[in-house]
Write a protein that binds this ligand. Sequence first.
Ligand code: NAD
Length: 497
Amino acid sequence: MRQIDHFMPTPSPAPARKAQVWNPSTGEIQAEVALGDAALLEQAVATAKSVQPEWAATNPQKRARVMFKFKELIEENMQELAELLSSEHGKVVDDAKGDVQRGLEVIEFACGIPQVLKGEYTPGAGPGIDVYSMRQPLGIGAGITPFNFPAMIPMWMFGMAIAAGNAFILKPSERDPSVPVRLAELFVEAGAPEGLLQVVHGDKEMVDAILDHPDIPAISFVGSSDIANYIYHRGAEHGKRVQAFGGAKNHGIVMPDADLDQVVNDLTGAAFGSAGERCMALPVVVPVGEDTANRLREKLLPAIAALRIGVSNDPEAHYGPVVTPEHKARIEQWIDTAEAEGGEIVVDGRGFSLQGHEDGFFVGPTLIDHVTPQMSSYQEEIFGPVLQIVRAKDFEEAVRLPSEHQYGNGVAIFTRNGHAAREFASRVNVGMVGINVPIPVPVSYHSFGGWKRSGFGDIDQYGTEGLAFWTKKKKVTQRWPDGSPDGGNAFVIPTMG
Ligand code: NAD
């Protein structure tokens, strides 16, 4: 059995506990991953502390060169990374390349670190006085990441943190831990000092050790909302800086004037791609008006029937299995619940079996109509290939639905009416909005972050917000007197005259 170990320069002791890593396409256990504890974390922190000061003192251009080399190595190894990722996660290989690519784009942004770290300077803020600011690294940053983007989300975090001069300890999901380790290996190959980026595997025990460790001042988390909430509070209790992103239930509003063929194309990809295991998936569609709902449903049916579900390395497959047998069971239970609550199961993906891969964790595409806001299957995240139709009578209701939902990650509106789109974008109470864009993940030089129970803490991931998260800003007011008396009075608060 393949063993997946922590990635640290110091030898790690034989693990007391391990977790199994599935191959979701075949239903077989393909590897075991070591689960670390507080003692192992202590070792990682000691290493990080020993290498971080020199890295922080390395000039930004040299740090950027390492990021550039890392970017090249990821590109050279793209196929291998995507296949490894796909085999543990279950998403198809092309989609896995997208996962790597969206993380790589943050590394590309981090290559520009000399430019974004320049700071602010005001000469002559007062007589002989200049004011400037500088961003200094925090020391050791930690990232705790979910299973569904095992390349992208770690790179969002460590790309910015390390470029800014921090050391980084990554605790990836124990479900698909191999790609984070591979990325850390490539980072050393790119010239990063050993120990600057370490990967420690584990579950709650390791996460709690990170949350409580006095030498880790900042934690970035992405995962489900209850855990995000827990991470935020426990981390903050220890005086840490915490950003914690949670679950989602993104809505796609379809206005009566939308190009429905385009909408159906976008929706099938956004609802069923990656088996719906994306925090920016579109699992709820809100057609405005009964006529729009009926026309959309008619067009969705053949598009769903044409979906091809396959093993993750099938190049023809639109989507593959879900991540674990427990998750498959949970998704099917949600479909049961939706039915019991009065939803109409128009297309039923329960009990789906792929010929030749009967033990794989496949769930067929599911379409549920006449879903209402009172249903728990609407209120909660399902995180599977399940699309729910919630019919809105007018635009106002369509704005209200995502605005009042407990999650506020992403939302999309499909329309040809610029005024309606603009109005929607301005009023909706959700963090990321797409206008005729089904998955509005902002590019790496903007920033990513949801609202309400999709995001705890107030600073986004990546872009200049990411830089702000991983650094502290020092403000310097300097005065170089020319020697002549300035008549100042030391007993009043200084002003600039
Ligand atoms: P998860 O919350 O189960 O796990 C996330 C991380 O937390 C993992 O590293 C895991 O080991 C750790 N963890 C699990 N249980 C813990 C506990 N009790 N105490 C401390 N740590 C614990 O999430 P997941 O199933 O890996 O990922 C799917 C979830 O992540 C979905 O809810 C999805 O919407 C969300 N997600 C959100 C975003 C976003 O940007 N908002 C992005 C991707 C995924």
